[in-house]
Design a protein around this ligand. Structure first.
Ligand code: DAH
Length: 339
């Protein structure tokens, strides 16, 4: 037994001295000192020894154990120091190298335009609300006085999920949802994505953004509509801006109008921007149709309201003089960087 112990000690020392990596040291530790290690099994075999020999032999095993442990620790410290030294040599930091440029993102032109529109209406006391992009046919069409046989409901124009559910189109579903809640008066805008079945070109896209607007209160007249939208146009395009209301038709408003603003580029004289006319169309609007109020549970004898819809992309294109709508969707850094 004693000679075996001696042998173990010598072997361990040799192995430790020869090891050149930290994980090898660990293997050695396990082999000799671990639960199933050589020293442990020697200790276990002590049960076959005469009782009086046991303490002495136990002491000897412990001594060897300590010697091996000490050697392991010492070697580990040396190897760690060596590893660290090599690391320091290879991972040099050259403080004279030019710094890496940190790219900071910024807002998309459509977002900038939207925040501008929101700022203007919030300043006039409007609330900003949101509604679902996947909408019930009822809110998107039916409740907006667009009956089943209306051309806007054609499958050519609208993405249908099924007969009752559509990707919302450029109508005013959030207005209906807001009116239905029954809290009056209402002063709100609702920006969001709308969809229509369309080919992509410089001025069309199957998905774009509309900002719906709605005011419902007692004694709201067309004069309120005109005043509000004229103020909006001035805030957005500059104090010189004039507005023109052209009669139009929307199923959900009566009377309805489209609004043109004097071209902010030429001031109305006529230029390339306004195709020579001096005017640029920016939105659709009108007095909320009494039937629409009624369907949402509002008494048209007591309340009236006006509503409007602004195309966000159109505003961004005009404001930043961008001539192709596709640029807003392509996320080309060279383009986006300019705003
Ligand atoms: N959606 C209309 C358009 O296609 C604009 C519009 C008009 C929206 C009147 C409205 C509204 O919400 O009440 O141009």
């Amino acid at each position: 037994m004693e000679s075996r112990l001696k042998q173990i000690r010598e072997e361990a020392m040799k192995q430790i001295e020869a090891s050149d990596a930290l994980d090898k040291l660990n293997d050695i530790r396990v082999n000799y000192l671990g639960k199933k290690g050589e020293l442990t099994s020697l200790l276990k075999s002590m049960k076959d020894m005469a009782a009086e020999e046991r303490p002495k032999f136990g002491q000897m095993v412990n001594d060897v154990k300590q010697v091996i442990e000490a050697k392991l620790d010492e070697t580990k410290a040396k190897l760690s120091a060596k590893v660290r030294e090599e690391q320091l040599k290879t991972e040099v930091i050259d403080v004279t190298l030019p710094a890496k440029k940190n790219w900071v993102g910024h807002r998309h032109p459509s977002t900038i335009a939207l925040e501008e529109v929101e700022r203007i209406f919030v300043g006039m006391g409007y609330e900003v609300v949101e509604g679902p992009e996947v909408e019930l046919d009822y809110y998107n069409f039916e409740a907006l006085n667009i009956p089943a046989n209306h051309p806007a409901k054609d499958e050519q124009d609208t993405f249908y999920i099924n007969q009752d559910i559509v990707l919302r189109t450029q109508t005013s579903p959030v207005q209906v949802r807001t009116m239905e809640k029954g809290k009056l008066p209402i002063r709100m805008i609702a920006p969001g994505r709308v969809f229509r079945s369309d080919e992509v070109d410089a001025t069309h896209s199957p998905s774009f953004h509309q900002i719906e607007g709605l005011v419902v209160d007692k004694n709201i007249t067309f004069a309120d509509l005109k005043g509000t939208l004229a103020e909006f146009a001035k805030e957005l395009f500059g104090p010189e801006t004039k507005v023109k209301f052209r009669p139009h038709h929307f199923p959900f408003t009566e009377p309805s109008a489209e609004v043109d603003v004097t071209c902010f580029k030429c001031g109305g004289k006529g230029c390339r921007m306004c195709k020579g006319s001096g005017w640029i169309e920016i939105l659709g609007c009108g007095m909320v149709h009494p039937k629409v109020l009624k369907m949402s549970g509002i008494d048209p004898e007591e309340y009236s309201g006006f509503a409007f819809g602004v195309g966000l992309e159109r505003i961004a294109l005009l404001k930043y003089e961008i001539d192709d709508m596709r640029l807003l969707y392509e996320n080309d850094i060279r383009f986006l960087k300019q705003f």
